[in-house]
Design a protein around this ligand. Structure first.
Ligand code: FAD
Length: 342
């Protein structure tokens, strides 16, 4: 079997995770095609080696070195599978940059993902947590995907139902966690989309700019500007965006909290209530706190940052302390949105 990939040993991952953690991978291989990936998986040297998939590294925290094989997915390519007057079905390789794909679609006038502008990372990771922002989630435009099973090297297709999307969640974070490498994602975009300006910060921004009848491009641009003003840029300060998910609690639990803290913000979530994790963390006094090089961002309590040389353990210790203090004060357990690798 032809081997077209190169294996690196004791590889420093700091350029491959936006938190900038200098963890080492025992082995590291970047694959540029499905064939290379299959060859790698068929390589008997790695049969019993633990494997971890990485793309943009914007949603992972390496708590320690990884004693296994880190597979970096760098499979590129965008193609149109079907196009008519109403919609476009688009195929994108897992290694394509998500934001570049959004800009490409915005330029073409294909609507559906403009609210997801400037989310860091790759196309292949987008279904893993059903990325979402400014009132839109990936599942709304998702058609299907292809993934290679790590154990068998076989390619399998997943429909939208099979992905079992939820809030920052999918089957790939649960039953199928760590079992498949997504290699291709298929999206359905609209040529005359119903634009979503329901998210308050977005509608306010458009109003501020005097844009009454926004185009796809106006929405993308507004989202980019809001994000740039609110979120720390990982190229300037190490971070992984929101560290925790917003907790979803029962109405009864929320009523108890509301009696004790009348000012608590909330959003309806079906039969339940979603509470902003940032508010809970802020109330516990964490915003702007710094311990060595690990800290909580001064403007965004939900963002844990690496000011320079923090280790994954230091970041994780801080995250756990935040979890404990929020649980003690509000009785609410924060779960990480970030994938913790130890
Ligand atoms: C500043 C900032 C802002 C952010 N804002 C948002 C936001 O608004 N909304 C949001 O939803 N997310 C947000 N995120 C999180 C992150 O951008 C997304 O989760 C993104 O999809 C991660 O892509 P990635 O390529 O970096 O994935 P990685 O961090 O490399 O991987 C994330 C997880 O997916 C797995 N994975 C990656 N690629 C594949 C693949 N091809 N096949 C199988 N498994 C794979 C990894 O094993 C890991 O478990 C933000 C992050 C940052 C740093």
């Amino acid at each position: 079997m032809s081997q077209s990939f190169s294996i690196q040993e004791n590889f420093n991952l700091s350029d491959y995770n936006t938190m900038g953690i200098a963890a080492k991978a025992r082995y590291f291989v970047s694959v540029k095609s499905v064939e290379e990936l299959k060859n790698l998986l068929a390589d008997t040297r790695f049969y019993n080696t633990p494997k971890f998939i990485i793309s943009g590294g914007s949603n992972v925290l390496f708590v320690s070195d990884y004693d296994g094989l880190v597979i970096h997915v760098d499979i590129k390519g965008i193609s149109i599978e079907h196009e008519d007057e109403i919609q476009v079905k688009l195929n994108a390789g897992a290694g394509e940059n998500w934001h570049q794909l959004v800009l490409y679609c915005v330029e073409k006038g294909w609507g559906g993902i403009e609210n997801l502008s400037l989310i860091p990372g790759s196309v292949g990771a987008a279904p893993i947590q059903n990325i979402g922002a400014y009132g839109v989630e990936l599942e709304e435009v998702f058609d299907s995907l292809e993934a290679v099973e790590l154990e068998t090297g076989e390619v399998k297709s997943f429909s939208k139902d099979e992905c079992r999307f939820g809030y920052r969640d999918s089957v790939f974070k649960n039953e199928l966690k760590g079992r498949f490498v997504i290699v291709n994602v298929r999206l359905k975009l609209q040529k005359s989309p119903t634009l979503n300006t329901s998210y308050r910060a977005l509608s306010e921004k458009l109003e501020e700019e005097g844009i009454g009848d926004p185009s796809i491009k106006d929405i993308s641009q507004a989202v980019i500007e809001i994000r740039q003003s609110k979120l720390p840029d990982p190229t300037e300060i190490g971070n992984t965006g929101s560290f925790f998910k917003n907790p979803v609690i029962t109405k009864n639990q929320f009523q108890d909290l509301k009696s004790a803290y009348p000012e608590i913000p909330s959003y309806p979530d079906g039969e339940k209530v979603k509470v902003p994790a940032a508010w809970l963390i802020d109330q516990c006094g964490w915003k702007g706190k710094r311990f060595g090089d690990a800290g909580v961002h001064k403007m965004q309590a939900l963002v844990i940052v690496n000011y320079g040389k923090a280790t994954g353990k230091e970041i994780w210790n801080l995250a756990q302390k935040i979890q404990v203090s929020v649980k003690d004060r509000f009785g609410v357990l924060l779960t990480p949105e970030v994938n913790i690798v130890s």
